[in-house]
Design a protein around this ligand. Structure first.
Ligand code: AMP
Ligand code: MN
Ligand code: MN
Ligand code: MN
Length: 277
């Protein structure tokens, strides 16, 4: 078994169709792929012609709130037809759309027109700041996406709109009620010091979170070891995923993240009693 349990399609802020993701995963030797779009399950709802011999695991990446932090929660093996989960995702999608409208107003006040028309022409179910960054680059207002975040969309940018997501514990409960397992996404990517990261993991475990990612795109070996130790001491299962978005940009390719240590693999999420793929 070789799993990649985190990637995005063009129904959120990835650049490719689900079919492309499966094909690429198969080419890269993956046997189990979870598509985990931001706050939407559209990729899972559409029938596919070919699975390229892969097991597709229905997934989700929910943007959540923990204290002042935005935290991403992966759901694996979800029943995407579950009403509670559907309602939550619909709420987040609507709120995301309102955030885009608020950002659009600020952009217009800065002489930048056309964001909403750009978004309406996309296939995406969820709109992220990544889409807005693309718009700023394509319309010639910034040189690249990094600059779009720095100048406009990041916390210090002039079009930053603060946002409150669903509380982390509520998203954990909803994913459990929809038959899924819950995994803390890329724990080393949040701006948390050592003590705060430990507090997050304690909170996650206390609220019955199941696992945490210990390997993902861009992680360095020291962080990976640190996360493996944290997972072990919190008795959390470990998970892995590329967080692939786009073959034409800097993103780590499907399956191309560092392998966890053999000790950590023993506690992989696919060994969880409720895993059935
Ligand atoms: P949102 O969920 O709307 O806040 O959008 C966040 C998305 O934007 C993430 O999922 C990333 O794919 C992307 N993103 C965040 N920060 C950056 C950055 N500095 N440069 C490029 N993309 C970014
Ligand atoms: Mn993204
Ligand atoms: Mn994420
Ligand atoms: Mn992601």
């Amino acid at each position: 078994m070789k799993a990649d349990l985190h990637c995005h399609s063009y129904y959120s802020d990835g650049n490719h169709a689900p079919d492309f993701l499966l094909k690429r995963a198969a080419e890269n030797g993956i046997t189990h792929l979870a598509i985990t779009d931001h706050d939407c399950t559209t990729a899972l709802e559409k029938p596919l012609d070919d699975y390229y011999g892969l097991q597709l695991i229905p997934g989700i990446e929910v943007s959540c709130q923990w204290e002042t932090q935005e935290i991403h929660l992966i759901g694996l093996g979800i029943d995407w037809e579950n009403t509670e989960l559907k309602n939550i995702l619909y709420k987040q999608q609507t709120a995301r759309r309102s955030r885009c409208e608020a950002i659009n107003q600020i952009l217009e006040a800065n002489g930048i027109e056309g964001l909403l028309d750009y978004l309406d022409a996309l296939a995406s179910t969820t709109f992220t700041r990544s889409h807005i960054a693309d718009f700023l680059v394509l319309s010639g207002h910034t040189k690249n996406k990094q600059k779009a975040f720095k100048q406009y969309l990041g916390k210090k940018g002039k079009a930053y709109v603060p946002f409150t997501w669903i509380p982390l514990y509520e998203a954990i409960n909803a994913i459990h009620n929809a038959a899924g397992l819950t995994v803390l996404a890329h724990p080393g990517r949040y701006s948390l010091n050592k003590r705060k990261l430990e507090a997050l993991i304690t909170h996650f475990k206390a609220n019955e979170g199941d696992g945490m990612e210990v390997s993902y795109g861009g992680i360095d070996p020291l962080m990976q070891r640190h996360l493996e130790q944290l997972a072990e001491s919190a008795s959390l299962f470990i998970s892995v995923g590329s967080d692939f978005h786009n073959a034409e940009a800097h993103w780590t390719d499907i399956g191309k993240f560092p392998t966890p240590s053999p000790a950590a693999i023993k506690n992989a999420i696919w060994n969880h009693p409720r895993w059935h793929f």
